[in-house]
Design a protein around this ligand. Structure first.
Ligand code: KG4
Ligand code: ZN
Length: 359
């Protein structure tokens, strides 16, 4: 007979990129602990995440991060019902460190193990924070992904649109880099834009008015590059701020246009009055949030944007996805194999640019 508890706290582990994170979440949505150790300093001098350095740093820090999460939650491993770890997509070295550690804990303490798709973690965060019902429309904007998805249930996602080149966060990061704004680019660009005049540079609004719900950001990035070259020595702090602000409103216009089209597709299938959720690290951006909240209001949808700490990578979202899967008996064996590429909607056509490494 299986003596495992069917319900109880779940430990989540996230190691797919440059955050080493562990969290404990209860079945009733209470976050009992949430520890995130950022490796920003390790990668800063390279201007981006170096996979080998990331994997080694996860190995060095994960045990202490998990111990901290368990102690913050005031629990021991035998008190848990399960352990959930990101199983992909992401940098495979880091994913292996997290998944192997989770399996070891599950094996020693006879706990359920769940290998979680990192994107599912982002996708279900709104259920953790706001208890929103299925189905809902999700705009997932992160460093490796830019997708519009109908979230119909656990493991049931239909992709309505994706990027054909860069992800939104990637566009922020690359644009910030070529403007000399530092790393990580998203927050640096947003800070610069706060003081900027968004009307000074007339940048293209990518894909606006085009059929479908796909995204493209490489043309916008090239337009910024051209302005930077034209400005030459004139690229002072004022110009940087104005360019950053102009870039941000161009991205906002694109996200609003694409999401507006996705709302129409989503409502044709699921009816009106549903939720519109934005998730992923780029959802931390206040200008974008405000633009998307405005769209939801105009279209009569409830807008849900998780708190900033749960938008960027964290383990509470992994623990919560584990809770949802555990409740449905969707548990994995210890032979679960991590997957560097792992689309949420396997029926969607394989996209060309949607980041293989970051999620
Ligand atoms: O979801 P996330 O933490 O990691 C994954 O990609 O999975 O997202 C990170 C991305 C980075 O590209 C970062 O520059 C972007 O989110 N980001 C932002 C902001 N904060 C983080 N982009 C724009 N504005 C921000 N405030
Ligand atoms: Zn992420």
């Amino acid at each position: 007979m299986d003596a495992r508890p069917k319900s109880g706290p779940v430990l989540g582990i996230e190691t797919s990129c440059d955050e080493t994170a562990a969290a404990v979440v209860a079945p009733d949505r209470r976050i009992l602990s949430n520890v995130v150790l950022s490796q920003l300093d390790e990668h800063r001098i390279y201007g981006g995440v170096v996979p080998e350095i990331a994997a080694r740093a996860h190995l060095d820090h994960l045990d202490a991060v998990i111990a901290q999460a368990m102690s913050d939650a005031n629990l021991g491993f035998p008190d848990l019902a399960g352990v959930a770890a990101t199983g992909g997509p992401g940098l495979i070295g880091g994913v292996l460190v997290g998944a192997t550690t989770a399996k070891a804990i599950a094996m020693v303490h006879d706990l359920a193990f769940m290998g979680i798709n990192h994107l599912e973690g982002h996708a279900l965060t709104a259920r953790l924070t706001d208890g929103i019902d299925y189905p809902y429309l999700l705009l997932l904007v992160s460093g490796g992904h830019c997708q519009l998805l109908a979230v119909e249930g656990v493991g049931r996602y239909r992709r309505l649109g994706t990027t054909i080149d860069d992800a939104a966060g990637e566009a922020f990061d690359k644009t910030a880099k070529l403007m000399g704004l530092g790393y990580p680019g998203g927050p640096a660009l947003e800070r610069a834009a706060e003081r900027g005049d968004a009307t000074r540079f007339d940048l293209p609004r990518p894909m606006v008015g085009r059929p479908g719900c796909d995204f493209s950001f490489s043309g916008l990035k090239t337009a910024v590059r051209r302005r930077v070259e034209e400005l030459g020595n004139g690229l002072d702090d004022r110009a940087k701020s104005d360019l950053a602000a102009s870039f941000q409103v161009a991205v906002a216009a694109s996200l609003v246009d694409r999401s507006g089209r996705a709302i129409a597709l989503f409502e044709a299938e699921h009816g009106t009055g549903r939720g519109f959720v934005v998730a992923g690290g780029v959802a931390a951006n206040k200008t974008l949030r405000a633009a998307l909240a405005g769209l939801a209001e105009r279209r009569g949808m409830a807008f849900v944007a998780p708190p900033l700490a749960l938008c960027t990578d964290n383990a509470a979202m992994i623990a919560w996805a584990g809770q949802e899967r555990l409740a449905l008996g969707m548990v994995d064996g210890l032979d679960f194999r991590p997957r560097p590429r792992w689309p949420l909607d396997p029926d969607a056509a394989r996209s060309i640019g949607a980041g293989a490494v970051k999620a």
